[in-house]
Design a binder for this molecule. Sequence first.
Ligand code: NAD
Length: 491
Amino acid sequence: MNGFDPDRVAVAQANNFMAGRRLGGEGAGLDVLRPSDGRAYGKLDSASAAQVDAVVTDAYQAYRKSGWAATDPRGRMTVMRRWADLIDADAARLAPLEAVGSTRTIGEILAWDLSYTAETIRFFAEFADKAGGEVIATTPDKLGFTITEPYGVIAAIAPWNLPLVMAAWKIAPAIASGNSVVLKPSEMTPFSIVRVAELAIEAGLPRGVFNVVQGDGRSVGDPLCRHPLVSKVSFTGSTRTGIAIMNACAETGPKPVTLELGGKSPQIVFADAKDMGQAAAIVAKAITLNSGQVCVAGSRLLVQESVADEVVGRILAAFEAHRIGPTWGGDTTMGPIISEKQLGDIDAMVARAVVAGGEAVTGGRRAPSPQEGSYYLPTLLTGLPQDAEAVQGEIFGPVLTVQTFGDEEEAYALANDSRYGLAAGVHTGDLNRALRATRALEAGTVWVNRYGRSNDFMLPTGGFKQSGIGKDLGREAYMATMKSKAALIQL
Ligand code: NAD
């Protein structure tokens, strides 16, 4: 994979997007840093409170008057497919824009993020004429049915860890069903989505249907959620912020929320796994992908005692093999941590784990690097009790805790002893055990003999317990962008 020169990536100014045009921000201007080398590469054009109000009001007008919601569903589908095609065709420009200030390597973005973003838009576009209300069984003298209607304006708030993919999960279903959307990307990865908004206009999306407001959570995210013309909020980010957003939506609505939150997902390796080498490779990848900055990062290894040494040995070898470097390096396999603050938080949590009696068998410190960026070594922590902070809390970095178990029951008890319930992985060669595990594990997604997403967009994703409410992807995510109205006709 070819790398690129970060200093040649032009970041356009005026990075809010309203009524089909870029708009300069009247709020505070903030430097945006490249985590790969710590240098500022663009200015965040924060929206003022008045601008947030203007964008939402315009989005509402577009919902009422642009004709998008009233366009025949196949017409909406055609525009969205064109939009997805334009994203694919713009890869040479979009990929460096996405990579330069994020933690995603150029290789990952070209191989997966961009095509997955485009495919998410196509997937939800196809729902436009396929999912709606239903006729209800009633007595012959009546006709009962439900009608689905868009909410109007949906606010979408996205994190920095997979900027375009996370945004697409929110935007695509909402626009396909006829809503207008106001998206607030993370203040740390604000730029690539504005280019995607321009491509939407080029594809024929009416002006005002898709909008972007820039800024931090307090000055822009919070007033966006509280705006009276916002009828629903779809959020991906930390559990703490999700709770704050739910409160804001309760106080100013109540209005519905979809919350995709944090995780502390277990990966269970049974001694009967068919291929221990493959299981260990999957476990290692699931905690080093995007340097562990993935909501579903498999951050707790639960391994059966008899195979623990073998599995841990193989994971250590996989950790060693990583080439840590800047996102623009063509041969980088592990990029940076998003910020110095995040790196400090990871390091402090690991240090506290060691004080509490744990051992960092490898890693446990900043990675040496020729760049001035924020890099952390893949880290393996052993010897921690189940109630240790590092076993219970989301670290959001390349840190894997290791615990052993004796039997199946103990494995599930340890796995489920968590306030989170986002995902879980199981490695076993026993089909009955695999099926038992999918029922026993308290997680929104259970992967068996693999870990991570496929192109099966119909599988919904979402968490149990403190990992969230509602789903992204799948039919459920599409239906959640609409309200359902009941009709009963006396014949
Ligand atoms: P974060 O909660 O700090 O920020 C997420 C977004 O919310 C940002 O755009 C931020 O500006 C905004 N925000 C912050 N405070 C706000 C407020 N009071 N009102 C409105 N908006 C506000 O999360 P992050 O650090 O950007 O992302 C990492 C977290 O996201 C991790 O916990 C990770 O597990 C989670 N995540 C979950 C999923 C999932 O699908 N469950 C996917 C990706 C990331």
